[in-house]
Design a protein around this ligand. Structure first.
Ligand code: F1P
Length: 341
């Protein structure tokens, strides 16, 4: 995160240096929609990015898995800014989506980690997320840095529309606090390792989160699947009552994202629903949750940055669960570092 932030924020609170973006203020003002494409972890980072762009730049935005984009003869709109997200910059499905978009005359930016990679070369400009090399197969620190980069991009887009000076100050101050707060979470690793031991017997796990907590839940469930091979489902907390509640029982623990924001009471109500069905609950929250069996308490920052601080302990949870089960964490079965076919 330090690396992602370094040199990108100057002393005038909301001025960001996104050097390779290749999107001047006029182009940025002309953007009517943002569509983000990525696979796996990068798609989840894109879902958070889309929410940040809507919140901070007030531009309608959404994210879609790149893997099937080209199969559905998508409408390509000249007023939409397309962003392709990829750690490796080599994922074939993302590259193929970029090529499809370019063929149809779209402007496509990249949010990529590996400098000079295929997607970085094919796109019209973009942001390098500067996460450093991801040595293992699954993407972790890159997810965090992608979310940071989306935060900077959202502020930049907002600024070109004379929006959110106050938001700019607030978020930039929040971003600057992140490295220290992340260090605090990492200092708590032992506690997370212990908790992982408690849940490693689960055959299946449910992950829930609301609004920006939902992509965090998805990403946490993906991490758990990738490295521990425990089946996991992720749902927006409000969807629980539309079906998945039927799955809740003691053998299916729930990991709940419960930030101190204006949805706190609703999230607590969901915990009650789960408890009423004898479900075990592990909450990730800013304060101990009474209804939960265990809570991982994370430091509070700006609401928009919750996905970063709540995502990291769940990456650790996946790691320690896999470790407790004796899995090969750096080389999970059936997965490749970059999926180039
Ligand atoms: C996308 C991705 C990773 C995942 C796995 C397979 O990679 O889905 O998120 O962890 O390794 O590939 P990328 O396009 O971000 O490099």
């Amino acid at each position: 995160v330090d690396r992602a932030l370094r040199g990108r924020i100057d002393d005038r609170f909301s001025t960001v240096h996104l050097g390779g973006l290749n999107l001047d203020a006029r182009d940025a003002r002309a953007v009517r929609r943002v569509k983000i494409l990525g696979c796996g972890t990068s798609y989840h980072a894109g879902q958070i990015g889309a929410q940040m762009i809507e919140e901070l730049a007030r531009i309608p935005a959404d994210a879609e898995p790149a893997s099937e984009f080209r199969y559905r003869n998508p409408v390509v709109d000249p007023d939409t800014l397309y962003i392709a997200v990829s750690q490796s910059g080599e994922t074939y499905d993302v590259l193929a989506a970029v090529q499809e978009l370019k063929r149809k005359g779209a402007r496509v930016l990249g949010l990529v980690n590996v400098v000079g990679s295929a997607i970085a070369r094919e796109t019209d400009g973009g942001i390098y997320v500067h996460a450093g090399p991801e040595v293992c197969v699954v993407s972790t620190k890159c997810f965090t840095n992608m979310v940071v980069s989306f935060g900077l991009l959202a502020l930049h887009l907002g600024r070109t529309r004379d929006l959110s000076v106050a938001d700019g100050k607030r978020i930039i101050a929040g971003l600057r606090k992140l490295p220290e707060q992340i260090a605090e979470i990492l200092a708590n690793e032992e506690e997370i390792e212990k908790l992982a031991g408690e849940y490693a017997d689960a055959k299946s796990m449910m992950f829930i989160g609301r609004v920006r907590g939902y992509p965090v839940a998805r990403e946490a469930s993906l991490k758990l699947k990738e490295v521990s091979y425990i089946h996991a489902e992720a749902y927006p907390a409000s969807e629980l009552k539309h079906g998945p509640l039927a799955l809740i029982e003691p053998a299916m623990p729930t990991v709940a994202i419960v930030p101190d924001d204006d949805l706190l009471e609703k999230n607590r109500a969901a915990l009650e629903e789960i408890k009423a069905r004898s479900g075990r609950i592990l909450a990730v929250a800013h304060q101990v949750q009474e209804k939960a069996d265990h809570t991982i308490v994370v430091p509070k920052n700006e609401d928009e940055l919750d996905p970063i601080l709540m995502g990291i302990p769940l990456q650790l949870l996946a790691y320690y669960t896999a470790k407790a089960m004796g899995r090969d964490i750096d080389k999970p079965r059936n997965l490749a570092k970059s999926v180039t076919v």
